[in-house]
Design a binder for this molecule. Structure first.
Ligand code: BGC
Length: 733
C-alpha cells in the first residue's frame, strides 16, 4: 500500500478551495492508498468474486472500428487482450478501471496497470492550452483554443496538437486531456476559451485536427466533455434538457467526427446531466450512441472527482474509468458479488482500456520522466507565436490606421497591456517560463512607447495621447473574470467591458483620432457605445507566451491579420438566447449563435466568420461541379478569389448551405465547408470546397435516423456568415 505521506510529498495538489476540499475528503474516504481495498464497503459480501475461479472470456472478433482505432497490429492485440482477460482476476480488472488517487504523482494522474501481466497503465494530463501546470513543469503556453479556432486552419492546429503532445510525453504522460469540443452556446460560458467555436462544422474540423496532431506523436487524445457541457457555475449538477434532434445535430456531430474521422483514443464524459441523467449514467449517450452507433473503440473516462455517480450503473451505461480515484468504483467488487454486474461487463470495459494502452504501444516504450529538451523549444515557441498571429481578428480599421509604420510613436494603455494574460487558472492552465506581454511586444517594434498604467489619464498622459501616432488600449478580460469553475473564475457576469475601461477608451478617443483597441478574452465582447469612436479594434483572445509579439506583428504589419471570428459578436446580450447559470434545469434549443441571429433577423455587430485584413478580396462566381447530387454523393464547389489590394494576405472562404423547402425548420443557412487561400496582391486563385450530402441531413426523430432530404438547396460562398458573395442552387435527388 502506498503511504499517504508519500502521495502528499510527491504529488502536485490542486490549489483552489473546492478541489482541495474534495481531494482531502477523498483521501479520508479511501484511506491513503486510494485503491479498492481501502474502505470496508469495498470488499466482497460473500466468499469473494474470485473464489474457485475458472473463467473463459468471450471470444472477440476485431471489427472495422477496432481496426481503424489501432495504429498497431489490431488483430494480434485483440487476441492478446482476450488472453489477458482470461488470466486477470476480477479484482485485477477493477483495478485497471479507476485512477490511482486525487493527487498528480510524477507529473500526471495515474491509472495503474499490472506489472505482472505486462499492462503499463495510463498517465493523464491536461491540455488543451499546453502542458498542464498540474504537472509541476513549465511548458509552452499556446494561445487558447478559441484563438486557434479563429485561425480557421486545421493544418496549423494539427501542428499545435503534435507539439503539445511532445511536451506532455516529456514528463511521462501519455493521455492528453484535450481537445475540448463543447459548443460555445453562449459567450458567457467561463470555459469559452477552451473550445473552438459556436459552429458545429468548424468545431469538428478543428477538433479532428488537434486529435490527429496529438495522436501522431503516440499520445492518446481525450475529447471532452461529452456532452452538452457549456455552463460553469452549475456544471456539477445542471440538467440540460435538449430534444433529440438538437442533441444529434448541434451537440454531438463533432464528437462523432472525433470518433469516426480522427479515431480519438478516449472520450471524457461531462459533469452535467442531459435529460435527467448524469452523463456517466446515460446509456443513451455512452452506450447506444457513442459505442454502438458510432463504433467508438476506445475508453470513456469520467470527468474529475464529481463526474461519476454510480458504480455498476455507470459501468453498464458505458463509463470505463472513474477518475481520478475510485470514489464509486471501489464498490464494483460488491456489485459483482451482488450480481449487479457480471465479469463480462467488466471485460467490455477492460478490453477498451487495454486496447488503448496496447494499440499505442505504451507497454513497449520507455516512459521518459523528465526530458526538458522537449519543452518550450524554439520551434514550439515559434509555433505559439505563429498560432497567435494567425488567430488575431481585425474587427475595425477606419481610415486604414493599421498597420502602423515602424517609426510610429505610441502610447499604450489598458488593464491587459502589462499583464501575462494567457488565460484562466483552470485545468487547462500552463506555467511558461516567460510571457511576452502586449506592452513588451509593442515596445520591441515601435519607435517610441509611453506606457500609462491605471485607468485614468493625468494632464501629462493626455498630452502624450494627443501627440502619439497611435494610442493602443489593451483591455478586456483577465483570468479573474472568466474561467473554469472551482479552479478558476467561472462564468462571465456579462458581455461588456468593465466601466473603467470603457471610460479610459472614451477618454483616449476624445483626445486622439488614432485609438486602437486590442481586446483580450475568451470570446465575444460588446463594443457598443465606444466601438464607433475608435479607429481600430482587434480581438486578440489570450494569445499565449508569445502573444505580445504576435499582437505587435499584426499592429505593425509584419503579418496581415487573417483571423476570423469563430463566434458572433452581438450588439447586445439580449440578442442571444438566454444564458442561465443558476437554475437546476436549463433547456438548450436548436438555435444559438449566427443561426439564431439570422433566424430572428437581428444583425450582429460582427458576424460569425468575420475578420478584416490589410487588403481586399473579390469573389468570382460560385460554380458547382453538378447541379444534382445523390444522397450518398458530394457537392463540389469552386470559386475564384482575387486579392484586389496591395498586401499579401490570407482569405478564409466560407460555404454556407440553406435547405430550401425542408419539411422541418432549418437554420437560414449552416456553415458546411471552408478553405483558406493566401494571395499576393493582384493574384487570383480557385478555391475548391466539398460538402458530403450526408452533412445536409436533419435528424428525423420519428425514424430515429438522419435523413438527407431530396429537395433544393442553396450554396452561398463568402467571407462570413452574413455576406454571400455568390450563390448557386443544387438539388439532392
Ligand atoms: C475538468 C476537465 C479536466 C479535469 C482534470 C476537470 O475539472 O472539467 O476538463 O480535464 O478536471 O484536470
Amino acid at each position: 500500500m502506498r503511504a499517504c505521506g508519500d502521495h502528499v510529498a510527491r504529488g502536485f495538489w490542486y490549489e483552489a478551495g473546492m478541489r482541495t476540499t474534495i481531494a482531502l475528503a477523498t483521501l479520508v474516504l479511501l484511506g491513503c492508498d486510494g485503491g479498492p481495498d481501502a474502505g470496508t464497503d469495498a470488499g466482497p459480501v460473500d466468499g469473494g468474486v474470485d473464489a474457485g475461479r475458472t473463467y473463459v472470456p468471450e471470444p472477440f472478433e476485431p471489427t472495422d472500428a477496432t481496426r481503424a482505432y489501432c495504429p498497431a497490429d489490431d488483430d494480434a492485440i485483440e487476441a492478446r487482450i482476450t488472453a489477458l482477460l482470461g488470466r486477470l482476476s476480477a479484482e485485477e480488472k477493477i483495478a485497471l478501471m479507476h485512477g490511482a488517487g486525487t493527487a498528480v504523482v510524477d507529473g500526471s494522474w495515474r491509472v495503474d496497470g499490472n506489472e505482472a501481466h505486462g499492462i503499463p497503465g495510463l498517465n493523464m494530463l491536461d491540455g488543451p492550452r499546453g502542458l498542464s501546470r498540474f504537472s509541476g513543469y513549465r511548458g509552452t503556453a499556446f494561445p487558447v483554443a478559441m484563438m486557434r479556432g479563429a485561425s480557421w486552419d486545421p493544418e496549423l492546429e494539427r501542428r499545435v496538437g503534435a507539439a503539445m503532445a511532445r511536451e506532455l510525453r516529456s514528463v511521462g504522460a501519455d493521455v492528453l486531456l484535450a481537445p475540448t469540443i463543447n459548443v460555445l452556446r453562449h459567450p458567457r460560458w467561463g470555459r469559452a476559451q477552451e473550445t473552438y467555436s459556436e459552429d458545429v462544422h468548424h468545431l469538428g474540423a478543428m477538433g479532428v485536427a488537434m486529435i490527429q496532431g496529438i495522436q501522431s506523436e503516440g499520445v492518446l487524445a481525450s475529447a471532452k466533455h461529452y456532452a452538452a457541457n457549456s455552463i460553469e457555475n452549475t456544471r456539477h449538477e445542471v440538467d440540460v434538457v435538449v430534444d433529440e434532434r438538437t442533441l444529434r445535430e448541434i451537440y454531438l456531430p463533432h464528437f462523432r467526427r472525433a470518433v469516426q474521422e480522427a479515431h480519438v483514443a478516449s472520450i471524457m464524459s461531462a459533469y452535467n446531466q442531459v435529460n435527467g441523467l448524469y452523463c456517466d449514467l446515460s446509456e443513451h449517450l455512452l452506450r447506444d450512441i457513442l459505442k454502438d452507433e458510432w463504433g467508438f473503440a476506445g475508453f470513456v473516462e469520467s470527468d474529475w472527482i464529481r463526474g461519476t455517480h454510480g458504480d455498476a450503473a455507470s459501468v453498464l451505461a458505458g463509463l470505463d474509468i472513474e477518475m481520478p480515484s475510485p470514489i464509486h468504483f471501489r464498490f464494483l467488487r460488491r456489485a459483482l458479488a451482488n450480481g449487479d454486474l457480471t465479469e463480462r461487463d467488466l471485460d467490455a470495459s477492460v478490453r477498451r482500456i487495454l486496447r488503448a494502452q496496447l494499440c499505442y504501444g505504451l507497454d513497449t516504450r520507455a516512459r521518459v520522466l523528465d526530458d526538458p529538451s522537449q519543452r518550450e523549444t524554439a520551434a514550439h515557441l515559434a509555433l505559439a507565436r505563429e498560432a497567435a498571429t494567425r488567430g488575431i481578428v481585425l474587427l475595425r480599421n477606419e481610415g486604414g490606421l493599421l498597420p502602423l509604420g515602424p517609426s510610429a510613436r505610441v502610447v499604450v494603455l489598458g488593464r491587459a497591456a502589462d499583464v501575462g494574460n494567457i488565460g484562466d487558472t483552470g485545468s487547462s492552465s500552463v506555467t511558461p517560463t516567460r510571457v511576452v506581454t502586449a506592452l513588451e511586444g509593442i515596445t520591441a517594434q515601435a519607435a517610441a512607447v509611453t506606457h500609462v498604467a491605471g485607468a485614468s489619464l493625468s494632464a501629462a498622459d493626455a498630452d502624450a495621447v494627443r501627440a502619439a501616432d497611435a494610442v493602443i488600449v489593451v483591455t478586456g478580460l483577465l483570468a479573474a473574470d472568466e474561467g473554469e469553475r472551482d479552479v478558476g473564475a467561472g462564468d462571465r457576469a456579462g458581455l461588456a467591458l468593465f466601466d473603467e475601461e470603457i471610460a479610459l477608451i472614451e477618454a483616449a478617443a476624445a483626445l486622439s483620432a488614432n485609438v486602437v483597441v486590442v481586446l483580450e478574452g475568451g470570446s465575444a465582447l460588446l463594443v457598443e457605445g465606444w466601438g464607433e469612436r475608435v479607429a481600430a479594434i482587434l480581438h486578440a483572445f489570450y494569445p499565449g507566451a508569445e502573444g505580445g509579439h504576435a499582437i505587435a506583428d499584426v499592429l505593425f504589419g509584419v503579418h496581415a491579420p487573417s483571423g476570423r471570428l469563430p463566434f458572433s459578436v452581438p450588439r447586445r446580450e439580449a440578442d442571444l438566447p438566454p444564458f442561465d447559470n443558476t437554475s437546476p434545469r436549463v433547456t438548450y434549443g436548436y438555435f444559438h449563435g449566427y443561426r439564431h441571429l439570422a433566424r430572428e433577423g437581428v444583425a450582429p455587430r460582427y458576424p460569425f466568420g468575420f475578420g478584416l485584413t490589410y487588403t481586399t478580396f473579390a469573389y468570382g462566381e460560385l460554380t458547382l461541379e453538378a447541379a444534382v447530387i445523390e444522397p450518398s454523393g458530394t457537392l463540389r464547389a469552386r470559386v475564384e478569389v482575387t486579392n484586389t489590394g496591395a498586401v499579401r494576405a490570407r482569405e478564409t472562404v466560407q460555404l454556407y448551405v440553406a435547405a430550401v423547402g425542408s419539411r422541418v425548420e432549418r437554420a437560414p443557412a449552416d456553415l458546411r465547408a471552408f478553405a483558406q487561400v493566401e494571395l499576393a496582391p493582384g493574384e487570383t486563385r480557385a478555391v475548391e470546397l466539398a460538402v458530403p450530402a450526408a452533412d445536409l441531413a436533419f435528424y428525423d426523430v420519428t425514424a430515429g435516423a438522419f435523413e438527407v432530404e431530396r429537395i433544393a438547396y442553396e450554396a452561398r460562398v463568402g467571407p462570413h456568415a452574413a455576406e454571400a458573395a455568390s450563390t448557386a442552387s443544387f438539388r439532392v435527388e
